[in-house]
Design a protein around this ligand. Structure first.
Ligand SMILES: NC(=O)C[C@H](N)C(=O)O
Length: 497
C-alpha cells in the first residue's frame, strides 16, 4: 500500500474500518516516519510508543469483534505537551515540570482516548506557551519542515511541524493569543481556535485562563472538523465550559461555495508592516471568497489596534498568578533542598533554575501590572480595552457573518532572528489576539505560498461565539477551490525531508 503517512485522517479511519489496513500498521508507519525525520525537525518531546501501540491494538480488536468504530478510531495524533496525560511526562516545554507525570487525563485527552485516537506522543512548545517560534522551549527549538532554518510558529510549533512533516495526520494545539493559528499559517496547515468554552480546559496547564483554548490542528479542513467534534462539548469539570450543542462543524466542512455569506475584511489588520507577499496572497484569497459567492465588504474594528497592548498586560497578569504554583514543593524540579535552605529559599532557587527568560519576563510584567497602585492604570485599563474589542466584534457581526485578515504579518522567520527582540516576536500575533480577548471562534487556513519567499501564508477567519461552523464553511470552500487551481493540496509543494 502507498505510504500510510500521506493519507488524510478521514481516509485512514476509513481504511481501518474496512479492514484494508490496521490501526497497528498505521501507528507503526507514523512511528517509523518519526524515527526517520524527527531528528531534523524536533517536533516531539516524548513518544508514548507502548501506549500508542496498546490503543491501536484495542481498536483492531474492536474492529475484529465487529464493533462499530468512530470516525477517527485508530488515527494517530500528536498532543501538545501542555495537556495532562495520565502517567506520561508533561513538561509544558519547561525544566520546572521535568519528571512530572500527571495522575489524571485532561478532558481533551479522555475524549481522544474514548474516540480511539492513537496518541503518539507529546509535542514541543514555547515554555508555558509563551512565544511565537518554539524557540522558548527549554528543550531546544522545533524546525519548520518547509525550511529547517526557520521557525514552525509558536507556541504550538511541535504540533504544526509534526503535521507538515507527515509525522502525524492530526494534532492538538492550544491558543492563548495565536498559538494554534500562527503555527498553522507558517507551516501551511489548518489550525482552529474554537469558541472560548467550546472545548474543556480541564487538564490544560493554565497560562492565561481567560484566554487559553485547546483546538484541532490538521492538514485539511474536514480532518480538523472531525477532530473538533471529538474534543468539543460541555464539561462540568471546567466552570467556563459552554453548555450548548457543538456547532455543526463536520457538515460545514463539506461546503463548496459561499453563496449568501457576508464576509468583512478588517480594515485595521493589514497594510503597513505586512510582508508584501502575504498581502498579495491575502487579497487573492479575498477575491476568491467573492468568486465563491460571498458578499465581501470592508469593516472597521477600530480597537483591534490596541489588542496587542491589552493582551501583554492581561496574559502576563494571569500568568503571574497561575505560575505561582510551580514552587518546587508540588511538581517536578526542586532545587536547593539540601537541609541548608529554608522552604522559601528552595522556592526561589527552584523558580530561578526552572523558568526560562521569557517566562520570568512575563511573571515580572504581570506582577507589576497587578500591584497595588498600578492595577487600575495597567490591568484595569487593559480589561476596558478588552471590552471595547468585544464590542467591535459585536458591531461587525451585525453586518457580516465572518471577518477575515491575514493570519500573521509575515511568513516563517529565521530561527534566532527575533530572540533578542520580544516586541518583534509579540507582533506575530497582531491579527490573532483580538479573538482571544473576545472569546469568539477563529481559524487559519492555507492560502498559498508567498511570492516573495515561497513560504506558506494563512487566511485568518473569525466567527461569532459558538458559530465555529462558519469557519469550516469558509475553510472548506477555499481549500476545494485552491486545490482545483493547483491540482493538489498545498503541502505537496513542501520539500521532501
Ligand atoms: N500562547 C499563545 O497563544 C502565543 C502567544 N504568542 C504568546 O506568546 O502569548
Amino acid at each position: 500500500m502507498t505510504d500510510l503517512t500521506r493519507f488524510t485522517a478521514a481516509r485512514l479511519a476509513e481504511l481501518i474500518r474496512s479492514g484494508e489496513t490496521s490501526a497497528v500498521e498505521v501507528a507503526q508507519a507514523h512511528l517509523d516516519r518519526i524515527a526517520k525525520v524527527d531528528d531534523r525537525i524536533h517536533a516531539f518531546l516524548h513518544l508514548d510508543v507502548d501506549g500508542a501501540m496498546a490503543t491501536a491494538r484495542r481498536v483492531d480488536e474492536k474492529s475484529a469483534a465487529g464493533e462499530t468504530l468512530g470516525p477517527l478510531a485508530g488515527v494517530p495524533l500528536a498532543l501538545k505537551d501542555v495537556l495532562a496525560m495520565k502517567d506520561v511526562p508533561t513538561t509544558c516545554g519547561s525544566r520546572i515540570l521535568e519528571g512530572w507525570r500527571p495522575p489524571y487525563d485532561a478532558t481533551v485527552v479522555r475524549r481522544l482516548r474514548d474516540a480511539g485516537l492513537v496518541i503518539l506522543g507529546k509535542t514541543n512548545m514555547d515554555e508555558f506557551a509563551m512565544g511565537s517560534s518554539t524557540e522558548n522551549s527549554a528543550f531546544g527549538p522545533t524546525r519548520n519542515p518547509w525550511d529547517t532554518d526557520r521557525i514552525p510558529g509558536g507556541s504550538g510549533g511541535g504540533s504544526s511541524a509534526s503535521l507538515a512533516s507527515f509525522q502525524a495526520p492530526l494534532a492538538i494545539g492550544t491558543d492563548t493569543g495565536g498559538s494554534i493559528r500562527q503555527p498553522g499559517s507558517v507551516t501551511g496547515t489548518v489550525g482552529v481556535k474554537p469558541t472560548y468554552g467550546g472545548v474543556s480546559r480541564y487538564g490544560l496547564v493554565a497560562f492565561s485562563s481567560s484566554l487559553d483554548q485547546a483546538g484541532p490542528c490538521a492538514r485539511n479542513v474536514l480532518d480538523a472538523a472531525l477532530l473538533h467534534s471529538v474534543i468539543a462539548g460541555y464539561d462540568p469539570l471546567d466552570s467556563t465550559s459552554i453548555d450548548m450543542p457543538v456547532p455543526p462543524v463536520v457538515v460545514a466542512a463539506q461546503a463548496t461555495d459561499l453563496r449568501g455569506m457576508r464576509v468583512g475584511v478588517v480594515k485595521e489588520l493589514g497594510g503597513e508592516g505586512f510582508q508584501p507577499g502575504v498581502e498579495q496572497r491575502f487579497r487573492e484569497a479575498v477575491d476568491l471568497l467573492s468568486e465563491l459567492g460571498a458578499e465581501v465588504v470592508e469593516v472597521s474594528c477600530p480597537h483591534f489596534t490596541y489588542g496587542l497592548a491589552a493582551y501583554y498586560l492581561i496574559a502576563p497578569s494571569e500568568a503571574s498568578s497561575n505560575l505561582a504554583r510551580f514552587d518546587g514543593m508540588r511538581y517536578g524540579l526542586r532545587t536547593g533542598d539540601d537541609g541548608r535552605h529554608s522552604a522559601e529559599d528552595v522556592m526561589t532557587l527552584t523558580r530561578e533554575a526552572g523558568f526560562g527568560a521569557e517566562v520570568k519576563r512575563r511573571i515580572m510584567i504581570g506582577t507589576y501590572a497587578l500591584s497595588s497602585g498600578y492595577y487600575d492604570a495597567y490591568y484595569g485599563q487593559a480589561q476596558k480595552v478588552r471590552t471595547l474589542i468585544s464590542r467591535d466584534f459585536d458591531r461587525a457581526f451585525e453586518q457580516v457573518d465572518v471577518l477575515v485578515s491575514p493570519t500573521t504579518p509575515t511568513t516563517a522567520f529565521r530561527i534566532g532572528e527575533r530572540v533578542d527582540d520580544p516586541l518583534a516576536m509579540y507582533k506575530a500575533d497582531l491579527c490573532t489576539i483580538p479573538s482571544n480577548l473576545a472569546g469568539n471562534a477563529s481559524a487559519s487556513f492555507p492560502a498559498g505560498l508567498s511570492p516573495d519567499d515561497g513560504l506558506p501564508v494563512g487566511l485568518h477567519v473569525m466567527a461569532p461565539v459558538m458559530a465555529d461552523d462558519r469557519l469550516y464553511r469558509v475553510g472548506a470552500a477555499v481549500e476545494a477551490a485552491l486545490e482545483q487551481r493547483w491540482g493538489h493540496p498545498l503541502l505537496e509543494e513542501a520539500p521532501e525531508l
